[in-house]
Design a binder for this molecule. Sequence first.
Ligand code: SF4
Length: 290
Amino acid sequence: MSYYTKIDQLVKAATDENISIGELTLKEEALNSGKSEEECYARMEKQLTVMEQGILEGLNSTAKSPSGLTGGDAVRLHTYAQKKTIGGKTIVNAIAAAIAVSEVNANMGRIVAAPTAGSCGIMPGAIISIMNEYNIDRKKTVLALFTSSAIGLVISTNATVAGAEGGCQAECGAASAMCAAALVEMFDGTPAQVAQAAALSLKNLLGLACDPVAGLVEVPCVKRNGFCAAHSIAAADMALAGVESVIPPDEVIDAMYRIGKEMPVSIKETAMGGLATSPTGKAYAKKILG
Ligand code: SF4
């Protein structure tokens, strides 16, 4: 059983075979799982469907989470997106959709942890909004989710995707890298551009603290998912334009892991630092946790 554990290897293999990283990963998954490509594809398509359902659910609910910290912002943004906006419909819709899924998560709803529950809104938010806006083929989108999974596998093999281990750069950073990579593939970018999008996206989130108020995956998490959806779109556009990360993708991932190890525990999901220990953060924690 073998998977590609470096982004360099993924790019080389896909380029040599003249296929996309998504197609390559689907083949690998079939080989390693003993299932047919059709079965693997169908399983991934189910993930896409769950993501779509999460967006719909979140955009149709103004319910507050049990803690009262979050809820209602997806609807607010969706309504706003119908008017004149600064970022334009594409960006605002992606932010709204990402927050929708994160709000569903905060309400204990069904989401796809991609790669984690805390970062679950980023991929659906950007990928599904872009698929719908540009009428991108569903099959191409499902294959792009395989691309995301390949990037996520490399990150989790060489570093971490856990906020408790590497801070939010590991969770939302990884999700943004996975998302940007998928977007490039949906726009027919090359495997090298896919890798660059992942690197550019992750690089810009290095050092991001994980400091959730009251230890709940809500503040800053829910809104951060919206920001990171927009961030991923920016990274994908940069890569498609030919912008490259000076630091190669695999080295960016290694740097993320080192930074994660150097971070104090107070900003690694312990709620002992950052926003969690701000006066307002502490007041909310007292109110929620007693
Ligand atoms: S701040 Fe922490 S809990 Fe929230 S999304 Fe980031 S890593 Fe997850």
